[in-house]
Design a protein around this ligand. Sequence first.
Ligand code: PLP
Length: 352
Amino acid sequence: MSIEVNIFNLIRENIRQLKPYTSARDEFSGDANIFLDANENSYGSVSNLESNRYPDPYQTELKKKIAKLKHVPEKNIFIGNGSDEAIDLLIKLFCYPGKDKIIITPPTYGMYKVQADINDIECIEVPLVKTFEPDSTAICKIGQDTTVKMVFLCSPNNPTGNILNQEYIMEILDSFNGIVVIDEAYIDFSGTRSLTALLPEFPNLVILQTLSKAWGLAALRIGLMFAHEEIIRFINKIKLPYNISGIVQKLASDALNNNVQKELFVQKILNQKQWLKKQLQNLSCVKHIYPSDANFFLVKTTDANTIYKYLINKGIVVRNRSNVTLCYNCLRITVGTETENKYLIEALSKFE
Ligand SMILES: *Cc1c(COP(=O)(O)O)cnc(C)c1O
């Protein structure tokens, strides 16, 4: 079986046939002095940000930086308006509305199901087992159905915080004939290597990352997708022509020079994480702190709803995950600054 043909065959027929929109910047991208091809305002812009010209539809400069930083060739990179755009486009690329299915592994990130629902794709829920690892046997079995096109795995997982054991991921990669998406939004906090190294080996592997967490650029909306070039080529055909604004491309590109600052942030957060864990352990309203490879803790409490409301009254917002599969009475708490964490602990100790 040629797996490369396989990816192509997984793509929806109408998209394989699609003649994509070609923008002015697609049709001419070389050097010229006078641009009269895109109906822009040639005099300038009313903003002092020089934004009268349409931006690069493929974010070439930014991609170069990301390629270097992540050790992934540019042809294997897609940049989305947040990871959420990447999730939406992946579902659109591979899943026939009203017919195909994806597998998700609750408790996990909520956007997979929302994007599937919007696209009229059924979500088959295969809950994580007690240790919050994926049930690879069940996933592979369900995956034999050829209308199951994709499985979304999140590692480190949101909201549980744990990195998934690579052994289970490998089992799924080895036997599932659909697309395996690994969402690594929190990889920078984990001290673990990205699975991007496996991309050359598995054409059906897609890795998601983001600049929203460790890099501190959530407001810029930059999501990263790493995948086989054939997948990237088709994703580029179905994305909106100018999905990343020019200003954001420039800001993100400059920000990526500050790798040292990012590492300092990560170190600070990890130090605070240790401190926070110690303090949480001493509280009687805390029953269990789940192991975390991310910048947050899932914490089992004596009464999540009451504590959640109590904290809101003190001006502190955490995430109440009590109604989520396997997370009864759990709060998800992001590691904040030293001051914020002290405030939180002070408030929680008064709750007792
Ligand atoms: C925060 C988060 C993201 C990031 O989404 P963006 O749209 O890139 O901001 C992606 N996946 C998971 C699991 C997250 O928790």
